[in-house]
Design a protein around this ligand. Structure first.
Ligand code: NAP
Length: 322
């Protein structure tokens, strides 16, 4: 079996990104030597896209420290709107979207990553209503200015998902963002939660790609159904697994079957898991028959385009919590 990761065009950018990209949200939990070894392994296995954020502890610093000698081998994507000095352990990130925060974040990201240009600069989880003035507001204006000045090459939004306590988890924000942002015609790419178990935005991803946006998907192998194993079996999805294929591999290949998806973003702190993910992603999308059958079976458990996990129509009003 080949383990060469194919590359796909990232929207209208001039980047070609490997079908598997690497997320560093949990990198901070590793000791230095292991983090260094893992980051080099990522590149040695042929992955060319690394996702980080100001909000991921020392992830940017480690990428800068260990990989600056291999800078030309990676597309580095980071995020802004972050206030790491206010984040507490166990709390969700404190995010603010204004010029001053972005300016501070950019300066710190460039320094930490030891680079003079960030390839992909994303708003970390901004929903449209958080961006005052929308496409004409100061945040978008500042991002575009940084692009013109060459401090960042492309700009995007890493779209947030809701907390598990919320109806429509995890797709509510994702659906709304991917519905609205492409029409602003300012962002070059979107990172969003999507996969077989969460197909809410499946059709909107194509619309966004048709407008030129690059699409990275994450959350592909996460268990968004509380009773994931039961649900997976109930839908008869186990019957679709090829010999030796596990559910995780099937889900990665399902996500890669979507024509709008440039890359599946997965994080791991385990080199064996990393290698396994590379092997799976190297196989690309599912065979057409299996893909079509998978779609039908996902539907039987309520995972279908335009619906949230649990079968709530995406266009329904947000239930008001008491
Ligand atoms: N709002 C945002 O912008 C946002 C939010 C969340 C995440 N992200 C980005 O997206 C990336 C992916 O995050 P995610 O939330 O979608 O999680 P994920 O990367 O899909 O899943 C991570 C989990 O899967 C496990 N895993 C990975 N490969 C495995 C394998 N082959 N076998 C067994 N377990 C495996 C990892 O554990 P091990 O370490 O043990 O392998 C880890 O617990 C993050 O690193 C981050 O870069 C962005």
């Amino acid at each position: 079996m080949t383990t060469e990761l194919l590359k796909r065009k990232l929207g209208y950018t001039d980047f070609e990104v490997t079908a598997l990209s690497f997320g560093t949200m949990n990198l901070k939990y590793l000791p230095d030597e292991e983090a260094e070894s893992l980051l080099h392994k990522v590149l040695d296995l042929g992955i060319n896209y690394i996702d980080t954020s100001r909000a991921y502890g020392n992830s940017e610093e480690r990428i800068g420290r260990y990989l600056s000698g291999r800078r030309d081998e990676i597309i580095v994507a980071t995020k802004c709107g972050c206030n790491p000095h206010l984040d507490r352990k166990g709390s969700s990130h404190v995010l603010t979207f204004d010029r001053a925060t972005l300016e501070r974040n950019l300066e710190n990201s460039l320094r930490a990553l030891k680079t003079d240009c960030i390839d992909i600069w994303q708003l970390h989880g901004a929903t449209p209503e958080k961006l005052i003035g929308g496409p004409e507001g100061e945040v978008v204006e500042f991002m575009q200015k940084m692009k013109q000045q060459g401090k960042v090459r492309y700009i995007g939004v890493s779209i947030r998902h809701g907390p598990k306590t919320e109806p429509g988890y995890p797709s509510r924000y994702g659906y709304e963002c991917i519905q609205e942002y492409p029409d602003w015609n300012v962002f070059d790419l979107f990172q969003i939660v999507y996969g077989g178990m969460v197909r809410t935005s499946e059709e909107l991803l194509q619309d966004a790609a048709d407008k030129g946006a690059g699409i990275l998907v994450r959350g592909v192998v996460r268990d968004y159904f509380d009773d994931f194993p039961d649900v997976f079996a109930k839908a008869g999805l186990d019957e679709l697994l090829a010999e030796g294929e596990d559910r995780r591999s099937f889900l990665i290949r399902y996500a890669l079957s979507h024509p709008a998806v440039s890359s599946v973003l997965i994080g791991t702190n385990n080199q064996e898991h990393l290698k396994a993910n590379v092997i799976v992603a190297s196989a690309g999308g599912l065979e057409v028959d299996r893909y079509n059958e998978a779609k039908k079976r996902f539907e039987t458990i309520g995972s279908k385009p335009g619906f949230f996990v649990g079968g709530i129509p995406a266009e329904s009003p947000m239930p008001v919590s008491s």
